[in-house]
Design a protein around this ligand. Structure first.
Ligand SMILES: [Ca+2]
Ligand SMILES: [Ca+2]
Length: 243
């Protein structure tokens, strides 16, 4: 009986320790924009935004004309310095665009500034720290799910739940410059995205691969099935060593 009690106690302590550890490691949702109402509303963190230059919300998504539209957020959603975070969003480009285009941005050039967007060479690019990653920006006109995670173990970028970029370096962005924007670059640079954005979420902490995949499936099951399977079938994954 004594042995049983002791076993129960150690089991209890063990379970408690595991659940405390998982709570400590879990990525906490800080900001969420689903565009389900008329405004650029942060349904979790209350850091709302404004529609600029004719940007609209219709059908539950943020719609941008690629000329000068964007959404300006009233604060900086991306942490500066070496702080773990994750960003997820869905994007649908509605025309073939030339030059640089941004889905989300924050900061100032060489700050280093934060962004996820399209390089002039047609590749996806991620922040001043990494730049172009050698993977094509989707051109099929459909919605695609992007997830960027960064922490002490490095930085990952997923497209439709598939890991397409990994680097051992953690992101360390500037705290200076322009507040977060959806659909354009910081400052007066422009780089306006033509298309729709949805389900923009910022987490405190690093999402796991399975959490990223679950989000991608909830957001756009078709995109994961068609595009994700194509990438997976090719065994498509790019890794970079820290430079
Ligand atoms: Ca406009
Ligand atoms: Ca929505």
């Amino acid at each position: 009986m004594k042995i049983l009690k002791s076993l129960n106690l150690s089991l209890f302590v063990g379970v408690a320790a595991i659940s405390m550890a998982s709570v400590a490691n879990a990525a906490v949702l800080l900001h969420e924009y689903t565009f389900s109402g008329p405004g650029v509303t942060d349904s979790v963190g209350g850091v709302h935004g404004t529609l600029e230059n004719g940007a609209t919300i219709s059908g539950g998504v943020l719609s941008l004309d690629g000329v000068n539209d964007y959404a300006q957020i009233g604060g900086k959603l991306i942490p500066s310095g070496l702080n773990a975070f994750s960003v997820t969003l869905d994007a649908q480009q509605l025309s073939t665009q030339t030059g640089f285009r941004e889905l989300i941005s924050q900061g100032v050039t060489s700050g280093p500034g934060f962004y996820i967007g399209e390089h002039a060479n047609g590749n996806i690019r991620v922040t001043d720290q990494f730049g172009g990653i050698g993977v094509s920006f989707p051109t099929d006109g459909g919605f695609h799910s992007y997830a960027l995670t960064s922490g002490a173990l490095g930085t990952n970028l997923y497209l439709d739940g598939i890991l397409i970029f990994s680097d051992a370096a953690q992101l360390s962005m500037t705290g200076a410059g322009t507040d977060t924007r959806f659909g354009s670059q910081f400052g007066a640079i422009g780089e306006f995205f033509h298309g729709n954005l949805d389900n923009i979420r910022i987490y405190d902490g690093v999402l796991t691969e399975s959490e990223v995949q679950a989000l991608a499936q909830v957001s756009e099951p078709g995109a994961l099935l068609v595009f994700g399977f194509g990438l997976a079938g090719l065994g498509y994954m790019r890794r970079r060593k820290a430079s």
